[in-house]
Write a protein that binds this ligand. Structure first.
Ligand SMILES: Cc1cc2nc3c(=O)[nH]c(=O)nc-3n(C[C@H](O)[C@H](O)[C@H](O)COP(=O)(O)O)c2cc1C
Length: 193
């Protein structure tokens, strides 16, 4: 395989397309965020930290800074249009608060979207500027899943049917097929070597 240098193209896409919820002026505000990450993938009682990278010009940042809380909602493919909409219209000029049915969990300022199969509420633990973006690192406080997206009590990605984000070609993708089992698929090679 011959490789060509193609510049500093970020090769880590796709990322998950999410809708971040915050409270601004007493109302929920929604914003599409695809630059989300897992900062600490702990199990059990150890805190888990999730990161969202958001440009400081957005209204969302104002709400998160004020209250130190936000939600991350995972929309399904069926929500593509409204997911894109909250990513092209700012709450600074348009009230987006009435777009979804809202529910609240443990936190007062992390509104969540009832239509999304999977939602998480987070408490900000750190906020740092990274280049041009504000990175909010939130501790995961609670996750909510609709019954329809679970199989044997676990989140089933096929049922969630998330939107994947491709910034390189500016596309939304959906999931493909299951192709293997992590920590398992390499075992045969491990025994051979
Ligand atoms: C698919 C998609 C993904 C986006 N991801 C991000 C992101 O990760 N970070 C960011 O700062 N803006 C992102 N945006 C842009 C914001 O969602 C958009 O500017 C939004 O209108 C800001 O809303 P607000 O001003 O009400 O907070 C994305 C937009 C789209 C359509």
């Amino acid at each position: 395989m011959t490789h060509h240098a193609i510049g500093t193209v970020n090769g880590l896409y796709p990322s998950l397309t999410t809708i971040v919820g915050s409270v601004v002026d007493g109302r929920p505000n929604w914003m599409t965020v695809a630059h989300v990450g897992i900062m600490n993938h702990a199990m059990g009682e150890v805190p888990q930290y999730l990161g969202i990278s958001v440009h400081p010009s957005h209204l969302t940042n104002v709400g998160i800074r004020e209250h130190g809380q936000f939600s991350i909602n995972v929309p399904s493919r069926s929500m593509l249009e409204v997911t894109d909409y909250v990513g092209i219209v700012s709450g600074k000029s348009t009230d987006k608060s009435g777009l979804f049915e809202v529910f609240q969990g443990v936190l007062e300022f992390a509104p969540m979207i009832a239509e999304c199969p999977l939602t998480m509420e987070c408490r900000v633990r750190q906020a740092v500027m990274v280049g041009e973006h504000e990175l909010f690192i939130g501790e995961l406080v609670q996750t909510y899943a609709c019954q329809d997206c679970l199989t044997d009590g676990k989140v089933d990605l096929r049922k969630v049917d998330p939107l994947l984000f491709d910034f390189t070609r500016i596309l939304y993708w959906s999931l493909g097929e299951v192709v293997g089992k992590p920590w398992n698929a390499g075992k045969a090679l491990k025994t051979k070597r």
